[in-house]
Design a protein around this ligand. Structure first.
Ligand code: MN
Ligand code: MN
Length: 465
């Protein structure tokens, strides 16, 4: 009977069971590399900068510097320092086989400085912010924050900002009301407890000794910025400065089985797919890795996946292979296969009521495939065809990769979206595929080291297929 049930039922055991000490070492090693990368890459610009370093080191060339391409060539294209596409040209005819694409995003929820951010109120200087992506505002108060980004002057000079990551740096924070005086605040709905305009970063309190200054603390901050970066207040108008948690990525748990870090949505899939691509050598089908921007706010704009920049990259490949002709790009997309590699909601027993436990993604049970995303009645979903799901299952099973096919939350409760629909709308076969996360979009997100390793194996197997 026991044998028969083993044969008939889905195996829902944790992946940690039957792991050898050697495998565990491998799993922990990959997570260590991932955490080190995360600590250098908290924003999309930092991620792309680090990704370029890795690509250059591993024999990839900017496609702009290539006159022609041939099978085996490794290339990339960087779009405005915020998104990047990489490819290895396959041995097989691209016209007949399309591409094998893995796409993820490198932007994460955060607070952006407003274009005119600096203000003085009641003896303090603040930076005003506009939050980016879906956040629970109360989670962003009373935690250490750092500033990352660029200020571009009218002469084109670009100043890079990174304050709050080094132990020697100051950090910043957003204050909250003491419980003693928070009766009224505590009566509010959780979503209204902290207002969007109240997400102001505390940055200073010393006044300048200029007796004539109207805002002495603001003036003192401006003098410090002018001294250090040569900027004045108006230069913030052409800046992109992001406020992110100053936490380091850390191993979580007495058994060291998990990773806690900011921005794992979706830098976990971005880094792991990038790492897998760096180890790829010859491939049958042209392998493409997308590191996209602006997913958290709808993939719009010229660095988001909705833009034509990706089409441009693939057209450039076809041009440089010397095979381009009318409609070839459309044909290639229609023949392509894609993993839209984005995180999944991990089942959290503290909040069990939002999950269908039969269809939830569990930490430690392997890579999670979402046949469809969307919300309430699959609205807006890209629903992978059963034939394609079977094709993916076959790859996973023959490579001994542990997987779970999941849904994001109960039917009437919610849902989510990724970049899957964008490539699916061009005609490619696409399935959502990623690592389950606890506390998604919070300043500190939690993942399982086991799933990270299974994700790596998945990406490698998909590209080698
Ligand atoms: Mn995501
Ligand atoms: Mn997200």
């Amino acid at each position: 009977m026991k044998e028969e049930s083993k044969k008939l039922f889905i195996n829902k055991e944790t992946g940690w069971k039957n792991i050898t000490p050697e495998q565990k070492q491998e799993i922990f090693k990959l997570s260590e590399e991932y955490m080190q990368f995360l600590n250098k890459a908290k924003t999309e610009r930092e991620f792309i900068k680090e990704a370029k370093k890795l690509a250059d080191k591993n024999g990839y060339t900017d496609i702009i510097n290539k006159k022609e391409l041939k099978p085996g060539d490794k290339i990339y294209f960087i779009n405005r320092e915020k998104s990047m596409y990489l490819a290895i040209i396959g041995e097989q005819n691209i016209e007949e086989n399309g591409l094998h694409i893995i796409g993820s995003h490198v932007d994460s929820p955060r607070l952006d400085l407003k274009p005119n951010p600096l203000c003085e109120e009641g003896g303090f200087a603040y930076f005003k912010t506009h939050y980016y992506g879906g956040i629970k505002k109360y989670q962003w108060t009373t935690i250490p924050l750092s500033l990352h980004g660029v200020i571009v002057k009218t002469n084109g000079e670009k100043i890079e900002i990174n304050i709050g990551e080094s132990e020697k740096d100051p950090i910043f924070t957003i204050t909250d009301l003491l419980p003693h005086l928070a009766q009224e605040q505590m009566e509010k709905k959780l979503k209204d407890g902290i207002g969007g305009e109240d997400l102001k970063i505390l940055i200073g309190s010393i006044p300048s000794d200029d007796e004539k200054a109207s805002e002495k603390i603001k003036q003192n901050i401006l003098s410090l910025l002018n001294e250090k970066y040569g900027i004045t207040e108006i230069d913030f108008n052409s800046s992109e400065i992001e406020v992110v948690p100053a936490f380091k990525a850390r191993t979580l748990g007495l058994d060291q089985s998990m990773v806690a870090a900011y921005g794992q949505d979706d830098k976990i899939c971005s880094y792991i797919s990038l790492a897998a691509m760096m180890q790829l050598q010859k491939v049958k089908n042209t392998a493409v890795c997308i590191l996209s921007d602006k997913e958290e706010i709808g993939s719009m704009g010229n660095t988001g996946m909705e833009s034509h920049m990706f089409d441009f990259f693939i057209s450039e490949i076809l041009n440089k292979l010397g095979i381009n002709k009318p409609n070839l790009l459309d044909r290639i997309f229609c023949l392509s296969k894609m993993l839209s590699s984005d995180v999944d909601a991990g089942y959290d027993p503290i909040y069990e009521s939002v999950s269908d436990t039969l269809n939830a993604g569990y930490l430690g049970k392997g890579i999670a495939l979402n046949k469809y995303t969307g919300a309430r009645g699959k609205s807006g979903a890209s629903d992978a065809n059963a034939e394609y799901v079977a094709w993916i299952r076959n790859i996973l099973e023959k490579n001994n990769i542990k997987y779970q096919v999941t849904e994001l939350g109960k039917v009437d409760i919610g849902g989510g979206g990724t970049i899957a629909y964008i490539l699916a709308n061009k005609g490619a076969d696409v399935i959502d595929c990623g690592v389950p996360v606890l506390s998604m979009h919070a300043p500190y997100e939690v993942t399982s080291k086991y799933d990270i390793y299974e994700a790596y194996k998945t990406y490698e197997a998909f590209w080698k297929e």
